[in-house]
Design a protein around this ligand. Structure first.
Ligand code: ZN
Length: 277
């Protein structure tokens, strides 16, 4: 396997950073892969984003994220599926390989978590033919349980593997260090995920944490990122490791160049030897 490469989830520069500025900074630092969110793409629009990416010679990993699929057969569900199809089209336009699904959320007025889980799987299943038609893979990213109420239904990698099995996805998992580092049985789940990991997201867990947008720069928190990366690679993943840094009180206030200089330095210190370990 080749040495790992650093990719950048562009949200790491903050939600208000113009996308063209972020991509120019990535190009200056030799970054060749980025992850996008629909909010960052919305303002220039997908076609313009594709043009800027081509100009900078940068490829897209994933597009975040698929809509919440409500547990109903009514108009809300039809609307969510229609939005899902639009997002698949956007992902294809910007050249993303994946549309990332995190499970949606929980609506206590109409459902239980288990019913929401069933609805999520049914919704993803309904979108699979559209995904195949536009050449974009739907991939599932488990989120830390702190998101259970509003954004996540898939709390563990083990459950994401289960979702892939139900949906028949051969390669459909996102492993994000921030979300799964704490998971009991993670080694077994990664072994079960062998050959099916589509993306690997990295950041670190700040102590003490001040909340979900308080993630730490790689190498500056308490996650054993080197050990996790070794397991992810042993599970057959050889793509870029994507920094995804939600950091409203720290890194979002700094310049893209400062972030990229630090990330590149810490990345080399953490992962340069990982293939031999
Ligand atoms: Zn992630």
């Amino acid at each position: 396997m080749a040495l790992p490469r650093l990719a950048i989830g562009l949200i790491s520069f903050g939600p208000g950073r113009p996308l063209a500025e972020s991509l120019a900074a990535c190009a200056r630092h030799g970054i060749r892969h980025v992850g996008l969110t629909r909010e960052l793409v919305a303002s220039p629009g997908p076609a313009e984003v594709a043009r800027i990416l081509a100009g900078e010679g940068i490829a897209v990993t994933g597009y975040a994220r698929a809509p919440r699929i409500p547990p109903t057969t009514g108009p809300e569900r039809a609307q969510a599926l229609s939005e899902g199809r639009r997002l698949l089209d956007e992902a294809a336009t910007v050249g993303a390989r994946h549309l990332i699904a995190t499970g949606g959320g929980f609506d206590p007025a109409v459902t239980t978590l288990e019913r929401a889980w069933d609805a999520f799987l049914e919704g993803m299943h309904a979108l699979l033919p559209d995904a195949a038609a536009c050449g974009v893979e739907i991939v599932i990213e488990p989120l830390h349980p702190m998101y259970a109420g509003d954004r996540g239904l898939v709390f563990t990698l083990a459950r994401a593997v289960e979702a892939c099995d139900v949906l028949g996805l051969e390669r459909g998992l996102v492993v994000d260090a921030y979300h799964v580092w704490w998971e009991p049985g993670l080694a077994e789940a990664l072994a079960a995920a062998r050959g099916r990991i589509a993306e690997f997201h990295i950041c670190d867990w700040r102590l003490p944490t001040r909340g979900p947008t308080d993630r730490a720069m790689i190498g500056e928190g308490c996650i054993d990122l080197t050990g996790l990366a070794r397991r992810v690679r042993a599970a057959g993943f050889d793509g870029p490791y994507e920094l995804e840094l939600f950091s409203s009180q720290d890194w979002w206030l700094r310049s893209p160049d400062e972030l990229l200089t630090t990330a590149t330095r810490n990345f080399a210190a953490l992962f340069a030897e990982s293939e031999d370990a």
